[in-house]
Design a protein around this ligand. Structure first.
Ligand code: FAD
Length: 312
């Protein structure tokens, strides 16, 4: 039994979600290999070779792998994948783009978004927006698994003993099925939403983008928090799309989640109810957000948030 993890990275650094996928792979109890694809990715491969419990690293380095296009990554991963019992990747945009293609090429079912490993063939995964947990078992010879990163603590970035061997492999030829056009990244000094220890999220109750910015940015600054938003706030243009928390946004599990002017619709709760401590500020005492909150403040957010910030 051997597991292959598809490494997601930003050119120099392995993503935190991949380090969580590695933690899930450790629970499978098998030998673990990593596959790094990209262009000029020696730095990433070196970091991968130093990770705890990894026994080999494969690297496919080619210009047409630079943008991480799923079709090309998949073509290269497929040539290796048939040798493995498990293929593991984080359930990020990257992993969700690659894993289904790879599963189809291998003619197996994908096991999506796992939150726990019971044994090497049995996994838990949330269904119905996190309202039920399904235990799923696969008899497929190769298990293609995506991992919900917030459910597994990221493995530390490096270990003390020597690095394992790095094996260069040939990249499959460019599929020419898709073309990389451009990447637009949100530049921010704040922690990344998916990995932040503290998240401050705003909802429609904030009323406008100007008020979202004026109230939440200082509070997030004081707490060293990432900024999140409900879908209603994103749809209304208060916050960028990539700050949406929920079923169709990001799944977060910070130590502290502060929900401001968010009603707590089931689709929002699906993205944040795994937070360790939840604080809700809402003027409606019957808002569903209070059903998951550890601390609730019933009041006008335009008074409560500045008072809270001043107190901090
Ligand atoms: P509202 O429901 O309008 O709530 C605003 C809240 O602010 C109210 O509770 C109100 O009491 C409070 N408020 C107003 N003024 C004040 C004030 N002055 N002081 C204090 N409190 C105040 N939603 C998500 O968030 N994430 C998702 O990923 C997501 N995915 C979805 C997927 C599908 C398929 C569908 C159908 C819906 C999805 N939604 C998602 C939408 C979701 O159902 C809700 O519509 C949305 O979460 C509501 O956002 P909100 O709480 O900001 O707005």
């Amino acid at each position: 039994m051997t597991t292959l993890i598809l490494v997601e990275h930003q050119g120099h650094q392995i993503s935190r979600a991949t380090l969580s996928a590695l933690r899930a792979a450790q629970a499978l109890g098998s030998e673990i290999h990593l596959l790094v694809t990209g262009y000029q990715v020696q730095e990433v491969a070196q970091a991968a070779a130093c990770l705890e419990s990894v026994s080999a690293v494969y690297v496919a380095d080619a210009v047409h792998l630079e943008a991480g296009l799923a079709e090309n990554v998949c073509a290269t991963a497929h040539s290796l994948a048939t040798r493995y019992s498990h293929i593991v990747v984080a359930a990020s945009s990257y992993g969700k783009n690659i894993a289904p293609r790879l599963a189809a090429l291998l003619q197996v079912a994908q096991i999506s978004d796992i939150t726990a490993v019971i044994d090497s063939a049995t996994f838990e995964r949330p269904i119905y927006a996190g309202n039920a947990i399904a235990t799923v078992q696969s008899r497929d010879p190769i298990k293609v698994i995506t991992v919900r990163a917030s459910s597994f603590e990221a493995v530390k970035g490096s270990r003390k003993d020597t690095a394992v061997p790095i094996h260069p492999i040939d990249a499959a030829p460019d599929t020419n099925l898709t073309q990389f056009v451009k990447r637009e990244l949100t530049v921010s000094d704040r922690p990344e939403l998916g990995a932040a220890r503290v998240v401050v999220s705003g909802g429609r109750g904030l009323g406008s983008k100007a008020q979202y910015d004026a109230l939440l940015a200082p509070l997030a600054g004081k707490l060293g928090a990432a900024l999140g938003a409900s879908r209603a706030a994103v749809d209304a243009g208060f916050a960028p799309n990539d700050s949406q928390v929920g079923q169709t946004g990001k799944i977060v599990a910070p130590d502290l989640y502060v929900a401001v002017g968010i009603s707590g619709a089931i689709q929002h709760l699906a993205g944040m109810k795994g937070a360790k401590v939840i604080v809700a500020i809402n003027k409606d005492p019957d808002a569903p957000i209070f059903s998951v909150a550890d601390y609730g403040i019933v009041g006008d957010l335009f008074e409560v948030v500045p008072a809270l910030e001043a107190a901090l």
